[in-house]
Design a protein around this ligand. Structure first.
Ligand SMILES: [Zn+2]
Ligand SMILES: [Zn+2]
Length: 128
């Protein structure tokens, strides 16, 4: 006779609570169709992707990153980019509906669909 032991797997809660920045960060990494260029944007896998890697446009749907709590829904268009010693690049977006200016971290080092670096570099020069 054979005995089977079913050991219930413990649910692991291995959320890293050491990142202060992630406290207000809602994980919402779902991928989307870009409202500006119509391309399919795949999820990043490690963090919320909040803008299109092809045209760098985003949607004005967040108040805090990833919370989708903003009802504006306008297209955030990149107006400028700044090199950042820690984060690589910061893309500065302006909403074409309400005019709010928001700063977003670029995902130019992503493995899947990285941000268009040549576009970011053009933006650091202020030309688009
Ligand atoms: Zn796009
Ligand atoms: Zn807006």
């Amino acid at each position: 006779m054979i005995f089977y032991y079913f050991v219930p797997k413990e649910k692991k809660h291995t959320q890293k609570g050491n990142d202060m920045e992630n406290k207000r960060f809602t994980k919402n990494d779902n991928g989307f169709i870009c409202k500006n260029c119509g391309k399919e944007v795949l999820p990043l896998g490690y963090t919320s992707r909040n803008h299109c890697p092809f045209c760098l446009c985003s949607l004005h749907v967040d108040i805090n990153p990833g919370d989708r709590a903003n009802t504006c829904g306008g297209i955030l268009r990149p107006i400028k980019a700044e090199p950042d010693p820690k984060k690589g690049y910061i893309i500065i977006h302006r909403c074409d509906r309400c005019g709010e200016v928001v700063r977003n971290k670029a995902a130019h080092e992503a493995k899947i669909q990285p941000d268009d670096t040549s576009l970011i570099i053009k933006l650091t020069a202020g030309a688009l």
